[in-house]
Design a protein around this ligand. Structure first.
Ligand code: GLY
Length: 375
């Protein structure tokens, strides 16, 4: 039976990014998923690279988000070369607008730790995006480096790039447990038999804890449902992504606008609900009234992997040999994909990390802030 260099539990964006970076080193890699590849958190994503728009305080994680964002342009080109698929990297920024006094105050306070953000008056926002309603606008930040990609095209590009590097995919094959010999993890036990590997990486998003906790590994990850919808307006309504508290509108290359996303701790339920769509749409229309006349395209929901302090778990699991985790990326899986792939490759190879990741360590106490950060 084949013994892989690396077996990865989870074929989402993070699992595929890790597989891709490991396979580029010549390793023999297997990716195992309980369903089809990239069927979960990626489907909650709109593809914003919102390092600034989605951060609520400065520090190591904010710096890591900006670092990963900065890797994207060349990563997009590299993936295109290897897979033939464009991930539709759009180098337009995000306007994060405030519609009430409290939100304006929260945004303005960010100047203390984000010196790059540019404050725009309501008039300046409307000059940049003439379809935006000026009535309730109190101003907002322009995050010119927060670009966007197409999440499903990113998943396809990664999958094809991995396939070209001979990564083995095992889909619709639930991982039932970690294989262990003494203190060493030796691979993954699956519904269709064992998959042995020198190194095992758990990148199973919201399902990660169920693989880890039977072995006494306490790294909480829980599902946070995100519902989205998309529309096709008759003419383009915005060039840049627009973002107000609890709602963003992302204009895609095909002319559609993706609107997201709710944030619900509702277990593993992914049912889209009329109430959530109505609430999202009400926010979208306050900012962009012409959304009311746009043709409805579709609605969907996905499960983000949340952690108690809102930070991912990346690194070797202390006290267990041969086991790494790359999970719990919460709202930042797309943004942090290139960084996570590279960092896990470096850790697995015994190389120094190109960016400090102590704040993501599986050895940390995640009780810190007690509650996940809301956008
Ligand atoms: N990063 C956007 C979201 O999770 O809704």
């Amino acid at each position: 039976m084949t013994t892989y260099d690396a077996a990865i539990a989870g074929g989402g964006i993070i699992g595929l990014s890790v597989a891709y970076e490991l396979a580029k080193t010549g390793r023999k890699v297997a990716v195992v998923d309980r369903g089809p590849l990239h069927g979960e958190a990626v489907s909650a994503a709109a593809g914003m690279l919102g390092a600034e728009a989605e951060s609520h305080h400065g520090g190591a994680f904010f710096e890591m988000c900006k670092w990963s964002r900065g890797l994207y342009r060349s990563w997009a080109e590299e993936l295109k070369d290897r897979s033939g698929v464009s991930i539709e990297y759009v180098p337009e920024g995000i306007i994060r607008a405030a519609l009430d006094e409290a939100d304006e105050a929260e945004l303005l306070a960010r100047a203390a730790w984000n010196s790059e953000a540019e404050w725009l008056s309501p008039e300046e926002i409307v000059r940049m995006e003439p379809e935006v309603a000026s009535g309730e606008l109190r101003g907002g930040y322009y995050f010119r480096h927060d670009h966007q990609v197409h999440p499903l095209r990113l998943a396809t590009a990664l999958r094809r790039a991995c396939a070209a590097l001979d990564v083995a995919f095992h889909e619709d094959r639930p991982v039932t447990s970690l294989l262990k010999e003494g203190n060493r993890v030796t691979g993954l036990q699956t519904s269709a038999g064992p998959i042995f590997a020198q190194q095992t990486i758990v990148a199973a998003g919201s399902w990660s804890s169920s693989l880890l906790s039977p072995h006494g590994i306490d790294l909480p990850v829980f599902p946070v449902k995100g519902q989205c919808y998309s529309v096709a307006p008759e003419k383009p309504l915005t060039r840049r992504t627009l973002f107000v508290q609890g709602c963003y509108l992302v204009p895609k290359m095909d002319g559609t606008i993706w609107v997201g996303a709710t944030q619900e701790e509702a277990g593993y339920d992914k049912t889209p609900t009329v109430g959530a769509m109505a609430a999202l749409h009400a926010k979208a229309v306050r900012l962009l009234p012409a959304m009311e006349r746009a043709r409805f395209v579709r609605t969907w929901a996905g499960l983000r992997p949340g952690t108690p302090d809102g930070l991912p778990w990346i690194g070797f699991v202390p006290g267990v040999d041969g086991l790494l985790v790359a999970t719990g990326h919460y709202r930042n899986g797309i943004l942090l994909a290139p960084a996570t792939g590279r960092l896990v490759k470096e850790l697995a190879s015994g190389e120094p990390c190109s960016f400090p990741i102590d704040h993501c360590s599986p050895a940390r106490s995640a009780d810190g802030r007690g509650e996940i950060i809301r956008s």
